[in-house]
Write a protein of this length. Structure first.
Length: 116
C-alpha cells in the first residue's frame, strides 16, 4: 500500500489550497483516513479525520476552515484548506489506519507555507 500526497505550495494568508492523497495497493473501505501536520520544532499533530462514509473530526485550530473528503472512484482523499493562516505552515502528511486489524500507512508529506 502506498500513499502519495500532493498539492502543497506557497500561498498568502487568506488563500486556499487543496491537498490530495492518492492511495494505491488497497481501497480504503476498512481504514480511517487522516491528515496530520508537523511544523518546525513541533510534534506531529492530527488535523482532520474521516472514516469512509462516516463522520469527520477536526482539530480546533482548523474547524470551519478545513474540510476532509474522500473520492472512492479515485481512491483518494483530500484536505480543502481555506482562509489559510501563517500558523498553518507545516509539512502535511496523509495517513490511513486500519485500527489494529489492518496496518497503518503514511504518505511522504507535502509542504504548505503561508506567508503573512
Amino acid at each position: 500500500v502506498q500513499l502519495q500526497a500532493s498539492g502543497g505550495g506557497l500561498v498568502q494568508a487568506g488563500e486556499s489550497l487543496t491537498l490530495s492523497c492518492a492511495v494505491s495497493g488497497s481501497t480504503f473501505d476498512d481504514y480511517i483516513m487522516s491528515w496530520y501536520r508537523q511544523a518546525p520544532g513541533k510534534e506531529r499533530e492530527v488535523v482532520a479525520i474521516i472514516s469512509n462514509g462516516g463522520p469527520t473530526t477536526y482539530a480546533d485550530s482548523v474547524k470551519g476552515r478545513f474540510t476532509i473528503s474522500t473520492d472512492n472512484a479515485e481512491n483518494s482523499f483530500y484536505l480543502q484548506m481555506n482562509s489559510l493562516k501563517p500558523e498553518d505552515t507545516a509539512v502535511y502528511f496523509c495517513n490511513i489506519d486500519g485500527g489494529g486489524v489492518l496496518n497503518e500507512y503514511w504518505g511522504q508529506g507535502t509542504q504548505v507555507t503561508v506567508s503573512s
